[in-house]
Design a protein around this ligand. Structure first.
Ligand SMILES: NC(=O)c1ccc[n+]([C@@H]2O[C@H](COP(=O)([O-])OP(=O)(O)OC[C@H]3O[C@@H](n4cnc5c(N)ncnc54)[C@H](OP(=O)(O)O)[C@@H]3O)[C@@H](O)[C@H]2O)c1
Length: 305
């Protein structure tokens, strides 16, 4: 249960927010951060068995945080959660579409089913959750919808086509929706973090079923790519708490921005993409990619056409 009088002098002041994918990493940190600022947080975990980490972190703090169970790919669970919250609090003030998965693999090694699975969680689920909360927000004439995007939602990278295309789609949706709902007092923001170490690069790191075939044409590149991305996530100084801070701004700024970029590397690569001619950017990006893999295009069997 959410304590009634927690944080009436805090910036969140009892406004209710639903956070998806709160069992670990960024979603967990966002949930705690918002509750500490007085929001009434409904932290949604996919399975009840995955609530321990969050409950350990909130124990004894008396935070205004309730853990609910909701698989974002199940519309009936989304509807049930919205109803539960509205019965207690009235229409939601905010929603944070954070739940996400990754399935790594070069495109030829990914099945259509794997591509669709990534889209179901990273894109269509955000649409379903948003669709569910919009009528209440329109009724109250206010609301904040926050999408957790990625640098991969503005820059496509090899071995991540499923993830990047779903995040690109989410970014496009954010822009369209923001225009549609602004007249109703609702703001939509996209948070774009750079890479950081979470379970996404640990036990939740998905790999396409054909991606690890030792005889496959991409096998050696893929093996090095996997090692490199785990290494880069571990070396990153970014933390889930940095993303939580940006979400806090998107929920509280009087005039929230459309995009909040999180991390120096993300800002730098977006700067280059914006100001370099497209061809120069893509050439530099591809060259850096192969250099980091410790290979070159010809050794990898690739030639210019
Ligand atoms: N880590 C990064 O470098 C990074 C960078 C930019 C953006 N992001 C984005 O940040 C978000 C959170 O990722 P993370 O890094 O914190 O990874 P994470 O620790 O793996 O967290 C992912 C969360 O999503 C949940 N989830 C997955 N499928 C779900 C479903 N069908 N229903 C409900 N919840 C589901 C997971 O629940 P379970 O525990 O049940 O699996 C987990 O709570 C993702 O959208 C990701 O794309 C991450």
């Amino acid at each position: 249960m959410i304590p009634e009088n927690y944080g009436t002098d805090l910036p969140g002041k009892g406004r209710s927010v639903l956070v998806t994918g709160a069992s670990s990493g960024i979603g967990l940190e966002i949930s705690l951060y918002l509750a500490e600022r007085g929001f009434h947080v409904y932290a949604a975990v996919r399975q009840s068995s995955r609530r321990d980490l969050l409950e350990d972190r909130m124990r004894g703090k008396g935070l205004p945080l309730a853990v609910v169970t909701m698989d974002v790919t199940r519309p009936e669970e989304i509807a049930g959660t919205r109803e539960l919250i509205e019965n207690r609090e009235g229409p939601l003030y905010g929603v944070v579409n954070n739940a996400g998965i990754i399935v790594r693999g070069f495109f030829e090694d990914l099945t259509d089913e794997e591509m669709r699975r990534v889209f179901e969680t990273n894109f269509f689920a955000a649409l379903s959750v948003t669709r569910e909360v919009l009528p209440g927000m329109r009724k109250t004439g206010r609301g904040r919808i926050v999408m957790i995007g990625s640098t991969g939602g503005r820059i496509g990278t090899a071995g991540s086509s499923a993830y990047c295309t779903a995040k690109f789609a989410l970014a496009g949706f954010t822009e369209s929706l923001a225009q549609e709902v602004r007249p109703f007092g609702i703001h939509v923001s996209l948070i774009e973090p750079g890479i950081m170490h979470t379970e996404l690069f640990g036990k939740n790191l998905g790999v396409g079923s054909n991606a690890s075939r030792p005889q496959g044409p991409y096998a050696s590149m893929f093996e090095r790519l996997m090692a490199l991305s785990v290494e880069r996530s571990r070396a990153s100084s970014l933390k889930p708490a940095d993303v939580a801070g940006a979400v806090g701004r998107a929920l509280l700024d009087p005039h929230p921005r459309m995009r909040y970029v999180v991390g120096r590397n993300a800002r730098w690569v977006f700067f280059l993409k914006r100001y370099l001619p497209e061809e120069a950017f893509q050439r530099g990006f591809t060259r850096t990619f192969f250099r980091q893999l410790g290979t070159n295009r010809n050794r990898a069997g690739l030639t210019d056409v």
